[in-house]
Every structure is written in structure tokens, then in C-alpha cells.
Design a protein around this ligand. Structure first.
Ligand code: SF4
Length: 174
């Protein structure tokens, strides 16, 4: 078992007056730096930093970050919720480490779709029916995962299929 124990600290959001959530910082008693690239592959990190290693995941509107000596979780209701999330990550860390021979480590953040590539498939009439001011802005929203292709009623046939295939290469955040 790589990660055996930690001490959980709860930090209030002093910089956000009236904030209803707190942050949790688990100080790890074992160094987990070696598992971070494997965890990046196993859980699909939304951001990876190589040196010092760190991976961040986005789930249910909060960020969970794993560094060699700590796990941080933001926007949690209370200590109980922070503990539940850290325990979940601890299980994932240990399971990933046990199965590391089967996992190819990843030292990269996921690629994002290229806006100009998306634009190629759009009608480029700037008709605004998608409720965006231009096709370019609509392409930006698609690249962010903030909009669905279905919002453009003029996207159809081969263009729609090709764009669907292109976007299927990427993992979008929640
Ligand atoms: S509805 Fe389609 S064609 Fe019209 S502005 Fe939006 S993306 Fe462009």
C-alpha cells in the first residue's frame, strides 16, 4: 500500500466572505509522487504539472489536486465530506499503484479541441440561431464543452458527422 495515512486539515474560505464551503488539505504521511502520472491516466486528470508532479481532477464542480505530500479538495460542505473524498482518492491511489504495470503513465494534460478546426465544419453565416453572436464564438463554446452541436440547426450531413468524429477524441470537463 503506497498511501497509508494522512492528517486532514479544514481551511475556511476567508477570501470569500459568507462562503458556505470550506477546503480540505490532507497532509500525507507517505510520498505519492511516483503514482501521479499513473493516476493521471487512470482517472483522466484535467491538468498535469510535471515538476514537481501534480494532477488536478474536476468532479461535481470541485477541484481535487494530488501532489506528492498532499491532497487538496475545494468547495466541500464540511469535514465529513472532505474526508469522504480524500478516502476515495486514497483508495484510487493505492489501486492505481498496485496495477501500475498495466497502466501507461501520462505526463501530459489532455488536449483541447482546436477552435479553428471546429470552425471549418460550421456554416459560417453568423445567423445567431445558436444564441451566440458568431459561428466563431459558437466554435469556442463547443471547444470548451459548454455548448452542444445540436444548438446549430444548420449543422448537418457530412459536416456534422465529421465534427462529431473530431470532438469524440476529447474528454470534456463536467
Ligand atoms: S446557428 Fe450555426 S450558423 Fe448560425 S451562428 Fe450559430 S453556429 Fe453559426
Amino acid at each position: 500500500m503506497l498511501l497509508k495515512s494522512f492528517r486532514l486539515e479544514i481551511v475556511n474560505n476567508h477570501c470569500i466572505p459568507g462562503a458556505m464551503s470550506v477546503n480540505g488539505i490532507a497532509r500525507l504521511d507517505q510520498d505519492v509522487g511516483c503514482v501521479i502520472p499513473y493516476l493521471n491516466t487512470a482517472l483522466g486528470g484535467s491538468q498535469y504539472v510535471k515538476d514537481p508532479p501534480a494532477v488536478t481532477f474536476k468532479t461535481e464542480g470541485r477541484l481535487i489536486s494530488v501532489q506528492p505530500d498532499r491532497i487538496t479538495v475545494n468547495a466541500v460542505k464540511d469535514r465529513e465530506q472532505a474526508l469522504k473524498i480524500v478516502e476515495w482518492i486514497r483508495r484510487e491511489i493505492n489501486e492505481t499503484w498496485d496495477n501500475r504495470d498495466e497502466i501507461r503513465p501520462s505526463y501530459k494534460s489532455p488536449k483541447k479541441p482546436v477552435v479553428i478546426e471546429i470552425l471549418k465544419y460550421l456554416p459560417k453565416t453568423n445567423c445567431r440561431e445558436c444564441r451566440e453572436p458568431t459561428c466563431l464564438v459558437f466554435a469556442l463554446r463547443l471547444a470548451e464543452g459548454a455548448k452542444s452541436m445540436d444548438a446549430c440547426p444548420y449543422l448537418e450531413g457530412e459536416s456534422k458527422t465529421a465534427l462529431e468524429t473530431y470532438l469524440s477524441e476529447f474528454i470534456f470537463d463536467d
